[in-house]
Design a binder for this molecule. Structure first.
Ligand code: ASP
Ligand code: MG
Length: 415
């Protein structure tokens, strides 16, 4: 059994969904399809959630845009009215939800609304495939994927999920399941999400729990490249990568795979293929256990929207570990990801993801205890397998605010 994951771009239009159907035909056999929301629907649903929560009267307009987009795709696919029961049902639940007053917990409300992107895309793809002869069963993954109640960044309950997933995906009289990435639910059936771009992670979870033979992520790139083509002119495709390399790249900010995807696969030694949906005959990149030394070209990763915060207590107290752990707890509880740290006896510098709402309130809080200096709008650049040439290329014309080097990796915070 294989897992095929299709991201938003691969189901963003009727022709794209027809291409997905063609890929399925090329690769017969038992499969679970994990699908993301169509195109940028999740962004639209985020706007919807904010508007609903603020009660700012834009809600109806945003909802209409989402409905129009999905209706257009359904029409272009030619899905018959009789096959749209599930889709219509989902839209009416969404309508009902929006008529209720929001609770005081934004993250909770967010998950209850944003989940519709994946629910709708899978319902549409499933209906289309069934109508055109690719028989499949639609599964609401929320009935199987159990999480805690950390809304917007839920933690998977592996034990519960193992049992439920194996009870749902039995392959009894079915060869193909269509299900949602990104979403799950608590033991009290409240919808949760796994964090933005979390569908890859869902594919990996299901693969682990169902002992899949492989996972394939179908993308709009030829495979894993040594740099993001939107930032660099000449990129090269990597033929193969070890799990360890893949984790390093994903953690450093390579957008091609979600960082949480690798661990569940590595633990069961399940290979991950990253392949282009436009050229489904091409091999793409394979990520697997590799015990020989890979000779890779320099790999460049840029993580944008970074802030560099330097904290200095006036009493040399960073010498002790207690204050450090306090600082990390503080960032964790504010849900700010720390990507790089550098410490001296009296200074602690942290490169962090800049929060959407800005850093002001966080800095105000920190100023109660520290002298704080900070810069925003920075880039964290990582080069794996760097050499002199790649170092020069990255640093050229940019101010380097912080730099760390190991034998294989250099990371710098650039202005
Ligand atoms: N639809 C979700 C997002 O856009 C999850 C995903 O695409 O992986 O973040
Ligand atoms: Mg997406």
């Amino acid at each position: 059994m294989k897992i095929f994951k299709f991201g938003g771009a691969s189901v963003s239009s009727a022709p794209a969904i027809k291409n997905v159907a063609a890929i399925l035909e090329m690769y017969p056999g038992k499969k679970v399809m994990v699908i993301s929301a169509m195109g940028s629907t999740t962004n639209e649903l985020e706007l919807l959630a904010r508007s609903y929560y603020k009660k700012d009267h834009k809600t109806d307009g945003i909802l209409q845009r989402i409905k129009d987009y999905h209706s257009r795709v359904i029409e272009e696919l030619g899905v018959e009215a009789g096959n749209l029961t599930q889709v219509n049902h989902l839209f009416s639940i969404l309508d009902e939800r929006l008529k209720k007053m929001p609770s005081l917990h934004f993250d909770y409300e967010y998950d209850q609304l944003v989940c519709f992107g994946e629910l709708l895309s899978t319902a549409i793809v499933s209906a289309y495939l069934n109508q055109t002869g690719t028989k499949n069963k639609w599964i609401d993954v929320r009935d199987s994927l159990r999480t805690d109640d950390t809304y917007r960044e839920a933690t998977v309950d592996w034990k519960w999920s193992a049992m439920l997933v194996n009870n749902s995906f039995t392959f009894n009289g079915v060869d193909l399941y269509v299900t949602q990435g990104f979403i799950g639910s608590t033991t009290t059936n409240q919808t949760t999400t796994l964090g933005r771009e979390g569908s890859d992670f869902t594919a990996a979870i299901l693969a682990n729990l169902l002992n899949a033979e492989s996972v394939t992520i179908w993308k709009n790139v030829p495979g894993v490249l040594n740099a993001d083509p939107t930032d660099f002119a000449d990129t090269e495709k990597l033929e193969e990568l070890s799990y360890k390399e893949a984790i390093e790249l994903a953690y450093s900010g390579a957008k091609v795979i979600h960082p949480k995807t690798i661990k569940p696969l590595r633990n069961k030694n399940i290979p991950l293929f990253v392949r282009p949906f436009d050229f489904p005959e091409q091999a793409g990149t394979v990520i697997k256990e590799i015990d020989y030394q890979l000779d890779l070209v320099p790999v460049y990763i840029l993580k944008k929207k970074q802030a560099l915060i330097t904290l200095s207590p006036d009493d040399f107290s960073f010498v002790g570990i207690d204050l450090l752990s306090e600082v990390f707890s503080f960032f964790k509880s504010n849900r700010i990801k720390v990507n790089l740290i550098q410490q001296s006896a009296i200074d602690l510098s942290l490169c962090v993801d800049e929060p959407e709402v800005g850093l002001e309130s966080v800095v105000m809080e920190l100023r109660k205890q520290f002298d704080v200096r900070y810069n925003t709008g920075l880039v964290l650049a990582t080069i794996r397998f760097y050499n002199d040439e790649s170092l020069a290329k990255m640093g050229r014309g940019r101010e380097i605010l912080m730099e760390q080097k190991s034998r294989r990796t250099v990371r710098m915070v650039l202005k």
